[in-house]
Design a protein around this ligand. Sequence first.
Ligand code: CP
Length: 311
Amino acid sequence: MMQLLNKANFLNINDLDDDSISRLITLAEAFKNDHKQVHLKRPVYAANLFFENSTRTHSSFQMAEKKLGIDLIEINPATSSVKKGESLGDTIKTLQAIGVDMTVIRHAHTGWYQQLQSDANINLSLVNAGDGSGQHPSQTLLDLMTIHDEFGQFNGLNIGIIGDLAHSRVARSDAEILHRLGVNVYFSGPREWYPADFDQFGTYCDVDEMLPNLDVVMLLRVQLERLNQNAVASFTPTEYYQTYGLSEERSRRMKSNAIIMHPAPVNRGVEIASSLVEAPQSRIFTQMRNGVFARMAILTTLLSQRGLLEE
Ligand code: CP
């Protein structure tokens, strides 16, 4: 099994080399095709801490953990001692003290893990389920798996990421690795939500110009929860849809074998026409299904690194 990171953490997929990413995709595929079974050496305990809302990532990590035979310690941040002022670091050390082996954390603070990963007193595995506008590494792995399933490789593909790029951890996580894997990455969406440093990963284009050349049209939700009050007040869903949304008319200008992706949750009729969410070219629910297998691959690799798997 590969080494993911020192101390068996999974925090930023862009820290992994190409070979490790390829092996994670292969392992996820093996779970998907029922080729892979794992056996734990002893009972393993995980705690999932979601300080921000989640449907997919939370339930899909839970499903992955259950399928791998990992016992879950239920902890709800809203009713935990975090509300009494306990720090994230002390919460993690508490879970470790009671015998938790791994914790999956989503937190609004971008880079919540940066100091914790070098804390010599933290030895349980930290898994990043999304940090603010930073990274969303398990989403990126399931996106890579979905693209690989479809096209068999990455080099030379044209992928457009359209929407609220500034606030999207999916955009940042995906764009960097896709660029490294040889994808031609294009961006579109409101200019004010285009971070200048994305120029290192791809090219900003008009949505209508790039659509006919894309193999993957990846749409993003507008992250209203991360916008200031003025931006929320001036946001007009109808205008956004007309300017950047994937309408049926725009979809007719896509290549015949191009696919539609979206990390979800979807705001139907804002970034995408409702009728396209479950259209034949959409892989949105396939992404969610792949998410369970991608997360099984991540957790299995960490278990292996911790010496908890019968190989
Ligand atoms: N794609 C994603 O992260 O969805 P959730 O916010 O529902 O977990």
